[in-house]
Design a binder for this molecule. Structure first.
Ligand code: AMP
Ligand code: MG
Length: 285
């Protein structure tokens, strides 16, 4: 990279737009086996430099979040999806750690409760969407209802196949009402997943993270790939795009996610509201 030694941070800052190449164009067919989960683009071999820029990127994100909250006219919904161990929790921790908890909410969607199952699949989702000024992060989401539900035939095809339209309508409505929607698919390889599961198995502090499902779901890798490819092709829109994030390298994953969010937040042109009092006559006695 040009001038990398001298211009550490700024080089990266100017390059945030470059991550647009990970955005899935509407209708685009993504073949996941042709997307390299090892990809670190121009940061190849540049882990140390990239890691040095992450705190700066995060600080920028925190500034933007504060402004977003103060502006209070829009909402931001961030959807995180990916295979087991793809790094959804890690992304939440590393990318959003410095933000003001007042304006940021994280929602993890697990196996639906009986009450949730008694409703339409968007019911539990809609109640967690962000209010004005808020950022909501979905750790898994309504997309599970066309992923695990499809792979394990939890409902008939005739039911889940209609959900792509339902999801697009739902997201369009959110966008029309002032929500920015950004969706990330954290793309790891099957080998990387094996590594991460092995690491969990060996680390007493992480063994609790292992679930019976992790071993089971791995056998369905190919079915998940098929299901994800259809999700990407049918639900990446101009207004609510998917990004396929190469995620074998955690530092690169964090860099892409935080950069895309910085870019999106900047583009909103948020402003601090004007003072509601007359500053010239306001007296503090
Ligand atoms: P984790 O994210 O590791 O805590 O696991 C949550 C589990 O809940 C995953 O296996 C998900 O696939 C599963 N899950 C999430 N949403 C649904 C859903 N709508 N139907 C069935 N399983 C779900
Ligand atoms: Mg899990």
């Amino acid at each position: 990279m040009r001038g990398a030694g001298r211009r550490r941070g700024p080089v990266v800052a100017e390059r945030t737009v470059g991550f647009d190449r990970y955005r899935v164009r509407p209708g685009q067919r993504v073949r996941l086996d042709r997307v390299d989960p090892e990809d670190t683009s121009e940061f190849r071999g540049g882990k140390r430099r990239a890691e040095a820029t992450l705190p700066e990127r995060r600080a920028e994100l925190d500034r933007l979040q504060e402004l977003f909250y103060a502006d209070g006219r829009r909402s931001l919904l961030v959807v995180l999806q990916g295979m087991d161990t793809s790094g959804k929790d890690g992304t939440v921790r590393h990318v959003f750690e410095g933000m003001n908890p007042q304006g940021v909410k994280v929602w993890s969607f697990k196996v639906p409760t009986p009450e949730e199952l008694a409703h339409d699949f968007l019911w539990r989702i809609h109640r967690r969407t962000p209010a004005k000024g808020e950022i909501a992060i979905f750790n898994r989401s309504h997309y599970e209802d066309v992923l695990i539900v499809r792979v394990h035939r939890l409902v008939p095809r005739s039911v889940w196949s209609k959900r792509f339209d339902a999801i697009n309508d739902f997201e369009r409505q959110l966008v029309d009402e002032g929500t920015t929607v950004v969706k990330f698919f954290l793309h790891i390889s099957r080998e990387e997943q094996a590594e991460r599961l092995r690491a969990r198995l060996q680390d007493p502090r992480r063994q609790w993270k292992l679930s019976a499902a992790d071993a089971r779901e791995r056998a369905y890798w190919g079915d998940y790939v098929t299901a994800y490819e259809e999700v990407l092709r049918r639900t990446s829109t101009e207004r609510a795009p998917w990004y396929v994030v190469p995620a074998n390298h955690k530092w690169f994953r964090n860099l892409v996610v935080s950069s895309v969010l910085v870019e999106r937040l900047r583009s909103l042109g948020c402003r601090y509201p004007p003072a509601t009092v007359d500053l010239k006559t306001f007296k503090i006695r």
